[in-house]
Design a protein around this ligand. Structure first.
Ligand code: XMP
Length: 319
């Protein structure tokens, strides 16, 4: 019978056999998958691995800091932290189409990563935290002839361009198994248990144009929502919960004044692999508490709505 401890041993042997004495670089996205892949590969080949964290500035509140302290502090894994938020936000100016956002972010991520790889003298192998659902969702949509629903930027592109071989130790795993492996590798529960976060980050949670100001507003609303979810003890019962900042202004009234601010949508779903999802049925008191806090504490938002759409027909993200 199959356990994560065995999987860990088997994969470590496989990685060593595949890589030999060569160098490997791994791009960290801030998420659980790339972190677990990196820690596993580090255990297999140690100093032959270099991690590059391309920080596009589209992360949740405090997330970049968490990744840096986990790698440098907890594991003592050398990490290059590249803060390139200006580059990303500059390039996203005027871009409103969801796939155009993904393409720009994916391409820019590759450019920055490639430049860093050259800086350190290159490597023969590229490590990625690709999961099984990433592999199938990027290829085709079941029920139709090979239609790409959303291009997941962590799959494809980079290896061909950089002429490198891939190391993808998580390719057969589903999300819950990656978490189990993460725990097996000693990653903190708070990190391993984190909800999935898309590579393009907040850019696809801001329909319309992405600006630094919009990111800042969204980060605050999202942090309040997640804090309330944690306080209510619901975090682990939910697959993914996040706020979306809509490019719509509505009229409100606060104190003696009229407000004309943006709408924030709250999303929370249950799922086992992200391929299908059901909405999380919060009680009304919880939702009104969150709405009140967001409107009172986040300047720029004066209305909060809850998204009641399952997947299918909706997708989990709004873009
Ligand atoms: P959707 O929105 O397609 O999301 O129902 C399914 C899962 O995939 C994540 N997602 C992405 N992850 N790059 C990623 O790395 C992307 O472009 C992307 N789009 C969606 C989403 O957060 C959910 O977990």
């Amino acid at each position: 019978d199959w356990t994560m401890a065995e999987f860990r041993k088997t994969k470590i042997d496989e990685i060593r056999a595949q890589v030999g004495k060569s160098r490997v670089i791994c791009g960290l996205s801030g998420g659980v998958d790339s972190a677990v892949a990196a820690v596993l590969i580090h255990e297999a080949i140690g100093e032959q691995l270099t991690c590059v964290f391309v920080d596009h500035g589209l992360m949740r509140l405090g997330e970049a800091e968490q990744v840096v302290s986990l790698f440098r502090g907890h594991y003592n894994i050398p990490l290059i932290h590249k803060d390139v938020s200006t580059l990303f936000l500059g390039g996203l100016a005027g871009v409103t189409d969801p796939e155009a956002k993904r393409k720009f972010i994916g391409k820019t991520f590759i450019d920055v990563f490639e430049a860093e790889a050259r800086q350190i003298g290159g490597a023969e192998f590229l490590a990625q935290g690709t999961l099984y659902p990433d592999v199938i969702e990027s290829v085709s949509f079941t029920g139709g002839p090979s239609v790409t629903i959303k291009s997941h930027h962590n799959v494809g592109g980079l290896p061909e361009r950089m002429d490198m071989q891939l190391v993808e130790p998580l390719r057969e795993l589903f999300k819950d198994e990656v978490r189990e492996l993460g725990r097996e590798l000693g990653l903190p529960d708070t990190f391993v248990g984190r909800h999935p976060f898309p590579g393009p980050g907040l850019a696809i949670r801001i329909p319309g144009e992405v600006t630094r100001e919009a990111c800042d507003i969204l980060r605050k609303a999202d942090a309040i929502y997640l804090e309330e979810i944690r306080n209510a003890g619901l975090y682990d019962a939910i697959w993914q919960a996040f706020a979306v900042l809509l490019p719509v202004r509505t009229v409100g009234v606060m104190g003696d004044g009229r407000t004309y601010d943006q709408v924030c949508a709250l999303r929370a779903v249950t799922s086992t692999d992200g391929m299908t999802a059901d909405i999380y049925p919060f009680d009304a008191a919880f939702l009104s508490r969150v709405a009140t806090r967001i409107i009172n504490e986040v300047k720029g938002i004066n209305r909060v709505v809850y998204d009641y759409t399952s997947k299918p027909p909706g997708t989990i993200e709004w873009e």
